[in-house]
Ligand binder design. Structure first.
Ligand code: HEC
Length: 162
């Protein structure tokens, strides 16, 4: 009787470990799914950058000047930009089938990506500091450098669709 119980118990244990193994083998995302998620994450960061830049760009094109919005949004850009090398470096998606405008050479040039992201940080801080002074002419004068540091990276590392 005891023997029989033991057999049943060990059979159940085997079954359970088999289920656990199957579960863990199927649970995690596949590399393809990871590549898709990494692509969505980095595109999400760039969407946040444009969300914050757009009102500033509108001011540069004649929308009413609001120094407070200009400063706030530029400081947000300065806070987001250091994440650019992180989200691009999080996964090399060159060999996956993902919908992306990121050019392959990004992953051979991460040091330069870092440099270009830092240039954006520096120009966003300079812009925000100028906006804090409230001078519309000086602030909008600093816009070219800020916007230019987005384009400077896109020119080299993003599909050319401008
Ligand atoms: C260091 C490089 C770099 C900098 C700096 C940079 N970008 Fe980009 N950006 C990229 C790359 C690479 C992509 C393509 C990402 C993809 O499709 O996977 C991209 C994509 C985008 C997209 C498209 C996102 C989407 O919907 O898929 C927008 C919008 C964008 N960037 C805006 C900006 C703005 C605004 C700035 C400056 C405030 C900026 N970027 C600075 C490299 C950069």
């Amino acid at each position: 009787m005891i023997k029989r119980v033991l057999v049943v118990v060990s059979a159940l244990a085997l079954l359970a470990s088999g289920l656990l193994f199957t579960a863990s083998a199927q649970d995690g995302p596949t590399p393809q799914e990871q590549a898709e998620a990494a692509t969505e994450t980095r595109q999400g960061l760039f969407k946040l950058l444009i969300f914050n830049l757009r009102p500033i760009a509108d001011m540069a094109q004649g929308a009413p000047f609001d120094a407070e919005v200009a400063e706030t949004n530029a400081r947000r850009i300065a806070a987001l930009a250091p994440m650019i090398p992180d989200v691009l470096g999080a996964m090399d998606t060159r060999n996956f089938d993902v919908e992306t405008e990121a050019l392959d050479l990004i992953w051979d040039n991460m040091t330069d990506i870092q440099t270009k992201a830092q240039a954006l940080v520096d120009n966003a801080i300079a812009f925000a500091d100028t906006a804090a002074g409230g001078d519309m002419g000086a602030t909008l004068g600093a816009f070219r450098a800020l916007g230019g540091s987005c384009g400077n990276c896109h020119d080299t590392y993003r599909v050319d669709n401008d």
